[in-house]
Ligand binder design. Structure first.
Ligand SMILES: C[S@@+](CC[C@H](N)C(=O)[O-])C[C@H]1O[C@@H](n2cnc3c(N)ncnc32)[C@H](O)[C@@H]1O
Length: 395
């Protein structure tokens, strides 16, 4: 069926199909496209039904160029938004239900609505909290609520979805690294722990698979430490605690693993240094800004043939990041660690998405001259006097 019309009742016809399929549980999805509204990077909106503790909702995923934003609405709100959107901002809509598809196209006041029957299609599950094979089994946990990721009803909040995905991803990456540690009850130190997202997630997951660990988050901001300890206690996480202080002042002896996520600039080096000094089996850091080396590259004399590249601030920044982390990896190798560097989350979440993972493999001293030579050559090439971590290591 195809019927051009100038009447807005075609929009109402579509909205009524959306509403009925929502109520009947036959809604598969609704997609809105052809956006011409005021938001610069909005590409489209996808709508589905979800079931949370306080009932059925319409879940809108706003797809922007570099990110998605999810917002949930009750039925009247959702239909009002769709009505305005279809009249003023979106020129196309595709509704999929278990029994039929509807396509709406609007060109000015002309509206065309098509309906095609379909067979054998099932409605997706609307259970918002389904496990999705994520390591954190469910979201109704005191610590997720205290960190603002889950709401009072135990469902992940619309604005907590990204963080929830991220911490699950972190657990997927860190848990296997912890699993292979030899110690019966490994001690993990998280340097610059902030609110302790990773620590809570990791502790929760490891406890759920009966792997006993001790985790200590080191953080210089007192309030975060107090909140973290209260949250750990309320969650019954006896082996998780937070301590106020600086990374360099913390006594990390006995640590099996030292980790640091986005500890600012040289705080990452402090964490690496503490890990090496403690002889930790695992050191894993996700560096943040790379100011120390960038400043030296700007002040020093990089090889002239690099200048056409380094005169562009954006490339200087990227080079500073690569050089800083390459030197860190080499300095770890020099101290007996096998290192690898990889992206651990999508750069849509954070541009600071490199993770340096160093595992002690007992080859201290091997290839020492070669590695020292590589460090010296890189420094000369980029006009670097000294990497901060070299100073800590007494080189
Ligand atoms: C960007 S936040 C990251 C927090 C946490 N690791 C995360 O990924 O969510 C960095 C944290 O490190 C802390 N920090 C930075 N330098 C530190 C130092 N030298 N000693 C202790 N804490 C430090 C800051 O107070 C801040 O809370």
């Amino acid at each position: 069926m195809s019927s051009p019309t100038t009447a807005p009742d075609r929009i109402e016809e579509l909205l009524s199909a959306v509403k009925n399929s929502f109520i009947a549980g036959s809604l598969v999805r609704l997609k809105l496209g052809g956006y011409s509204g005021a938001e610069p990077d909005l590409k489209g909106v996808e709508v589905k039904k979800i079931t949370v503790k306080d009932g059925d909702k319409f879940s809108f995923t706003y797809r922007y160029k570099t990110r998605d934003i999810i917002k949930n609405f009750i039925q009247p709100e959702a239909l009002a938004l769709l009505r305005t959107g279809l009249r003023e901002e979106f020129s196309s809509a595709q509704l999929a239900t278990t029994g039929f598809d509807m396509t709406l196209e609007r060109n000015g006041l002309k509206i065309r609505l098509k309906r095609i029957d379909v067979e054998g299609r099932q409605a997706p599950s609307t259970d918002h909290n389904r496990a999705k094979n994520r390591p954190l089994n469910g979201s109704d946990k005191p610590w997720l609520k205290a960190l603002g990721i889950a709401g009072k009803d135990g469902a992940v909040r619309a604005d907590g979805q990204d963080k929830y995905r991220q911490i699950n991803k972190m657990v997927e990456i860190f848990a296997p690294l912890i699993q292979v540690l030899q110690a019966e009850q490994p001690l993990i130190i998280d340097m610059g722990a902030g609110k302790g997202y990773l620590d809570f997630a990791l502790y929760d997951y490891l406890a759920s698979i009966k792997r006993q660990v001790g985790i200590v988050g080191v953080e210089m901001r007192e309030q975060l430490v107090a909140d973290g300890n209260a949250n750990a206690q309320a969650s019954g996480f006896d082996g998780l605690s937070f301590q106020t202080g600086t990374i360099l002042d913390f006594d990390a002896s006995g640590a099996d693993a030292v980790i640091a996520l986005h500890a600012c600039d040289t705080a990452t080096d402090d964490a690496i240094f503490k890990g090496i000094s403690a002889g930790a089996s695992l050191i894993a850091v996700a560096p943040c800004c790379h100011k120390q080396i960038r400043r030296q590259m700007e002040a020093g004399q990089p090889a002239p043939k690099l200048m056409p590249m380094l005169r562009h601030g954006v490339f200087l920044e990227r080079q500073a990041e690569m050089v800083t982390d390459t030197l860190r990896a080499l300095l770890l190798e020099l101290n007996g660690y096998r290192t690898k560097v990889f992206e651990f989350v999508s750069d849509a979440h954070t541009p600071k998405n490199n993770l340096i993972v160093a595992e002690k493999d007992g080859r201290v001293g091997r290839d020492r001259e070669i590695v020292l030579g590589q460090i010296a050559e890189l420094k000369t090439l980029f006009g670097i006097e000294q990497h901060y971590l070299e100073g800590l290591l007494g080189l």
